[in-house]
Design a protein around this ligand. Structure first.
Ligand code: GLN
Length: 487
């Protein structure tokens, strides 16, 4: 069987553009791979194979005619199931939306299509993006490609696991509090959460709108750059987006080294992680010492209330965003006959899973008269203090380094009955969402038992290029391609 599925997107794009490989040949290899692998991983909710083949033929025609094709020519992209793709089901892994078919494309999808990328399917996740393990899905849990009895991380677990198990080269996830970076860390792939406002949220089903961003997942930074360029930029359908100054690019080593990056290492956070993660990350940082960068230990002043503030804000926004699913305007429609309005609401809203219900209840509570000042307003104060703290650090440093997750992947079912325990695992990832700053998780190695973990870089607003530069350097230093040989 063809091993083409092992190749990164940038290699495939060139081969298709040069006419050495047709988009149709490649897509059929990918479809075979998904059919073989996904019975074990469970990363897809909807497969879009027929349309994908049709689209690949159209792209091949363009190439035969000598027409110019886009930066994603022939590349299958998997889409988290909370991002709208016209004509496909958009379930958000919820029974509430199990029959809902999108009537329009999210802006990011329009861009992918116009760059000749191919939408290959919709990917499994925690219901409405609420979770860190991808176990909270009525379609069953996503399984970690490195050990199928372990969690893939979440909530974009399907997006990370599909890329890590070599089913697809690129996917999109959404990150409200770490949902791109956590599964990237657990599955040994790269995940980037862009600066708030740099990627349109039009067509993303909202969970916590002031914190979430759509972002890419891939196995190499060389594949992150073209998809990030494709989805980034101003959109008149989302007035929180801004015009970006320039396109991202892969710089040469000399150019990266000449920029003399100032790097702040959040040692305290590294030291509170599981021992193998701590050691692994410290080793990686040592490698940076041989480059002409300014490396310095530093610390973040206030972290004590960060998780509490994140969850208060996320739940408050969730309770408001999910109120539209009311059996009248949006969501599962059930025949109202014989019901008063309360049971009419309840009939449809009882379809939400337990975690979603918990968040709606807590979110409504912290927004209610009498408690608003006690919880929600205080959480916003904590949020702005954390942002101030980061702004101070970014006067001294270009990039901050910390782990992505404090733990290695754990067994399916192991932590799911203790939500607060799971919430606490988000401490390192939520910081970039509370502040809006961009962050990337890149693979940092494996534990002795063979479980991956990630290292995280956070930069100032709209400084994604610096995250990319560091990722390029790490990728050159450590040959990450090898790690997929066992997959
Ligand atoms: N684990 C976090 C939460 O449950 C992050 C989720 C996300 O980023 N969508 O809110």
């Amino acid at each position: 069987m063809s091993q083409l599925f092992r190749e990164p997107a940038n290699v495939i794009i060139n081969r298709i553009k040069r006419g050495e490989l047709t988009a149709e040949e490649y897509i059929s290899v990918i479809i075979d791979r998904i059919n073989n692998m996904d019975t074990k991983i469970n990363s897809f909710i909807t497969k879009n194979f027929e349309n994908a083949i049709k689209r690949s033929r159209e792209i091949d025609k363009k190439i035969q005619k000598g027409e110019k094709t886009g930066v994603l020519t022939g590349i299958p992209v998997g889409i988290k199931d909370n991002i709208s793709v016209k004509g496909l089901k958009n379930t958000c892994a919820s029974r509430m939306l199990s029959n809902y078919i999108s009537t329009y494309d999210a802006t990011v999808i329009e861009h992918i299509k116009s760059e000749d990328g191919i939408i290959i399917g919709k990917l499994n996740m925690d219901e409405f993006g609420m979770g860190s393990t991808s176990e909270l899905s009525p379609y069953g849990p996503v399984r970690n490609p490195w050990n199928h009895e372990y969690v893939a991380g979440g909530s974009s677990g399907g997006s990370a696991a599909a890329v890590s198990s070599l089913q697809i080269p690129i996917s999109l996830g959404s990150d409200t509090g770490g949902s791109i970076r956590c599964p990237a860390s657990f599955c040994s792939v790269i995940g980037l959460k862009p600066t708030y406002g740099s990627v349109s949220r039009n067509g993303l089903i909202s969970y916590s709108n002031s914190m979430e961003q759509i972002g890419p997942i891939a196995r190499t930074i060389f594949d992150i750059v073209p998809i990030l360029n494709t989805i980034s930029g101003e959109d008149r359908m989302d007035n929180t987006t801004v015009v970006l100054k320039s396109q991202y690019r892969i710089k040469s080593l000399e150019e990266i080294l000449s920029s003399k990056l100032r790097i702040g290492i959040l040692s305290e956070l590294i030291e509170t992680s599981e021992a193998q993660i701590m050691n692994g990350i410290q080793e990686k940082i040592k490698v940076l010492e041989k480059f002409p960068f300014d490396l310095e230990d530093t610390r973040l002043g206030i972290l004590d209330f960060a998780v509490a503030a994140y969850y208060i804000i996320a739940m408050a926004e969730a309770s408001s965003n999910l109120s539209r699913f009311d059996n009248i305007r949006y969501g599962y429609y059930s025949n109202p006959e014989g019901y008063d309005w309360r049971s009419y609401f309840a009939k449809s809203r009882s379809l939400f899973g337990d975690e979603v219900k918990r968040r709606i209840l807590l979110g409504s509570y912290v927004l209610s008269a009498g408690y608003f000042g006690k919880y929600y307003a205080k959480a916003q104060i904590v949020r702005s203090r954390i942002r101030n703290e980061f702004e101070k650090l970014f006067m001294k440093y270009d990039v901050l380094i910390l782990p992505t997750m404090p733990v290695l992947p754990f067994k399916l079912g192991e932590r799911i009955s203790n939500p607060v325990d799971l919430y606490n695992l988000d401490l390192f990832t939520i910081l970039a969402n509370l502040t809006g700053f961009p962050a990337i998780s890149i693979p940092a190695g494996f534990s002795q038992e063979g479980f991956p973990f990630g290292i995280q870089f956070i930069a100032n607003a709209f400084d994604e290029q610096k995250l990319i530069d560091l990722a390029v350097l790490f990728e050159k230093e450590f040959d990450y391609k090898e790690r997929f040989e066992s997959i």
